[in-house]
Ligand binder design. Structure first.
Ligand code: HEM
Length: 180
């Protein structure tokens, strides 16, 4: 994944727990990279190792780290660094989710070798919809939950999220039933 993702993990840890804790995470991960370049592509293993090491050092389940990281990605990386791009996504939560399938096409203008996730929406109703998430990357189910929670906070629209299908349970993708 592009270095921007690894950089965001570094920022999340540093901002909340300080430089020293980040050094411990980096050491535990075994990743010997001093600083990440946003627009350089790194092996996905780097990102997975950093997340795993953060979970060990902070003594938090990996699922919690992924959820917190998802929220941080939307509220910090997205809103603060790519505010204008985020605003093209929609004027409210429902619009943003309906437009999500196309969102990474715009991201790919900045990061040309992006391997983006795929999203699809169905069951669109006044107060909810189903968000379908497809990826060749394993283990990011709770990251997506965190992203949705981040969007919910961004648009000040409290949501309930139920995962009604997942690759863990034999489906070929995840489905999030989201209602507000
Ligand atoms: C300005 C905002 C955003 C930027 C700049 C951005 C950029 C990226 C980048 C660089 C990656 C790594 C993929 C790679 O390097 O090949 C990624 C992955 C991902 N993004 Fe975004 N993204 C943004 C917003 C979002 C939002 C709002 C969502 C969903 C609600 C989302 C969902 C994901 C997911 C799930 C992945 C993991 C990749 C996978 O599942 O295969 N992103 N994004």
């Amino acid at each position: 994944m592009y270095g921007i993702v690894n950089k965001a993990i570094e920022e999340l840890v540093t901002e909340n727990f300080g430089e020293e804790v980040w050094e411990q995470v980096r050491e535990k991960s075994g990743i010997d990279i001093d600083f990440f370049l946003s627009n350089e592509a790194y092996d996905d293993a780097v990102t997975y190792k950093l997340a795993g090491a953060a979970s060990e050092v902070l003594n938090l389940p990996l699922t919690d780290v992924l959820i917190v990281f998802g929220e941080f990605w939307v509220l910090n990386t997205g809103k603060k660094k790519y505010g204008a791009l985020m605003e093209t996504g929609g004027a409210n939560l429902k619009e943003f989710l309906i437009n999500l399938p196309n969102f990474h096409n715009r991201v790919a203008l900045i990061y040309p070798n992006l391997q983006p996730p795929e999203f699809m929406v169905s069951h669109v109703e006044e107060n909810g919809l189903h968000l379908h998430y497809y990826s060749h990357r394993p283990g990011l189910k709770e990251f997506v939950r965190g992203l949705i929670q981040g969007l919910s906070k961004l648009y000040q629209t409290p949501v309930e999220i139920r995962i009604i299908a997942s690759r863990d349970e034999g489906s070929d993708h995840e489905i999030y039933a989201i209602s507000w």
